[in-house]
Write a protein that binds this ligand. Structure first.
Ligand code: GAP
Length: 483
């Protein structure tokens, strides 16, 4: 993990936030290559889940055809949203302080958290440790709207993008003529005041989510749950995550979130974890009608019989009032009005990016220009995710090679392919610079190019080299990226 973190800084993938001021715990900045990588993670997710989804054709594993649309909602929402969603009352962790070291820890992480005092032991193990009783700590970040700055003007930065989708359910149905079953997707920033942000970008206070709320008839919800669970697992595999390090784990009943009747996590064996441990990349939850009903009627909770019902105060009033707006759906074919059930595949863009970075990291040895073996770091990103798709090199800086190489570079740029131009140093060194950032294809213009009109394309993983005509380069790279 240390090597990956060092590479991220050295090559401009990820930087510590506000580093020149000593950093800000739980916040990270993406450098030039990290920006491209994360843009590709988001873009591939949106393309695969929404943009290229064909609602007229039934996928083999899908219960029926379905529609997918996108949405982009504001980070700050009406405070009542969080009261009805349950985040206001329930979105907290138990926190413990230590009077001795002044450290603050998440209670459930204590057995695995190092005490800041020396010699190294876990929290609570030193004789001087003086831990407080666990206290609840709400994870939502608070801010103030407007100039007055009173408590009535308090608002929260969203802790998930999902609620923006639920409160716009009626708008989407009325404006885009979608028919059940359909999914609404959203990619965007979320904020959580994590007590102990850690493990690089894995647990941050500002992060990005890629969420789908999939609305369907209650009778079909189990089948859709299974469909999304398996489809989302395959998505990571198709983008190169090895099944040895990727697991699909069904939650036990007691682990389920307050709204969920079934959840599975897709988890990855991040290198900062112990052998046999996995960290969550994505949760796929069957949320029933909890969210739509809460926003319609008032915040739900399980009653004395274990049934979901509007939660009441001691004097019989709804604890948090819903919007009172009708969020039911009328199904023309069934001639039936009902509240749809929801399946939610909720992924983290930063965690996915981190998993793709960890999975890509490889070390090997390759012969240099003189045939001597040299150690190489190579990031084996899937070509769709690679921040730079191709690099163009003139073999030497004369005999018309730089001009030809610049022309090839310009053609690739004009086609929207992320490409770098490099004419510095021996060709082997240039390959290694590109290998280290995961560029899948390197193109060399040499002495023969002027005569045969071809360039050499070298593949990062197989190291095979082929001659291809200059006028076919753009097509060739595009087809390899698609393939
Ligand atoms: N709407 C459901 C929801 O937000 P979640 O399991 O709390 O569910 C979904 O979050 C995903 O968001 C996680 O699987 C993870 O990838 C990402 N995520 C959550 N908290 C995070 C954090 N503190 N830092 C980075 N990513 C986080």
């Amino acid at each position: 993990m240390d090597k990956i973190v060092a590479l991220c800084k050295r090559r401009g993938f990820i930087f510590q936030n506000s580093e020149i001021y000593g950093g800000q715990n739980g916040f990270w900045d993406y450098g030039p290559l990290g920006t491209e990588l994360k843009r590709n993670v988001r873009g591939v997710w949106y393309d695969d889940m929404v943009a290229t989804h064909n609602e007229l054709v039934q996928e083999e594993s899908a219960p029926s055809t379905y529609q997918m649309v996108g949405l982009e909602t504001a980070i700050i929402m009406h405070p009542q949203v969080w009261k009805c969603s349950g985040h206001y009352d329930l979105f907290h962790d138990m926190m413990v302080d230590c009077h001795a070291c002044k450290g603050r820890f998440r209670q459930d992480h204590i057995p695995a958290t190092a005490c800041p005092q020396k010699p190294s032991k876990t929290v609570g193990e030193h004789t001087g440790c003086s831990l407080t009783e666990p206290r609840e700590f709400n994870l939502m970040m608070k801010t103030i709207i407007g100039a007055l700055g009173t408590e009535e003007d308090a608002a929260f930065l969203r802790p998930e993008t999902a609620q923006g989708i639920f409160v716009n359910f009626r708008n989407v149905v009325d404006s885009s003529r979608v028919k059940l079953p359909f999914g609404i997707s959203q990619v965007g920033k979320s904020f959580r005041n994590e007590i102990t942000p850690r493990n690089f970008t894995f647990r941050s206070r500002e992060f990005e989510q890629m969420e789908i709320e999939f609305f369907c008839h209650p009778d079909q919800s189990r089948d859709w749950y299974t469909y999304w669970r398996d489809r989302r697992y395959r998505w990571y595999q198709k983008l190169g995550i090895s099944s040895e390090r990727l697991i699909l784990r069904d939650h036990h009943q007691e682990e389920l979130a307050h709204y969920s009747v079934g959840t599975a996590d897709i988890e990855y064996a991040f290198p900062f974890l112990n052998e046999g441990e996995y960290g969550e990349l994505e949760g796929i939850a069957h949320r029933g009608d909890f969210d739509l009903r809460s926003h319609m009627e008032g915040k739900l909770a399980k009653d004395a019989n274990g049934e979901l019902a509007v939660e009441l105060t001691a004097d019989g009033q709804p604890k948090h009032r819903g919007s009172g707006k009708d969020l039911t759906y009328f199904d023309d074919q069934r001639r039936e009005r009902f509240l749809p059930h929801v399946i939610e595949p909720s992924a983290g863009a930063d965690r996915a990016t981190l998993a793709f970075l960890c999975e890509a990291y490889h070390e090997d040895a390759q012969p240099d220009d003189k045939g001597d073996m040299q150690e190489r770091v190579v990031m084996k990103f899937h070509p769709r995710l690679a921040p730079v798709k191709a690099a163009v090199f003139p073999l030497i800086k004369k005999d018309g090679m730089p001009e030809k190489a610049m022309q090839v570079y310009g053609d690739l740029k004009a086609a929207g392919i992320s490409v770098q131009y490099d004419q510095q140093g021996a060709i082997g060194r240039r390959y290694r610079r590109q290998d280290e950032i995961g560029t899948p294809y390197c193109l060399t213009i040499d002495g023969d190019t002027a005569e045969d009109g071809c360039v050499t394309i070298r593949d990062r993983d197989s190291l095979t080299q082929e001659r291809i005509p200059v006028n076919r380069i753009v097509d060739e790279i595009q087809s390899r990226l698609r393939g």
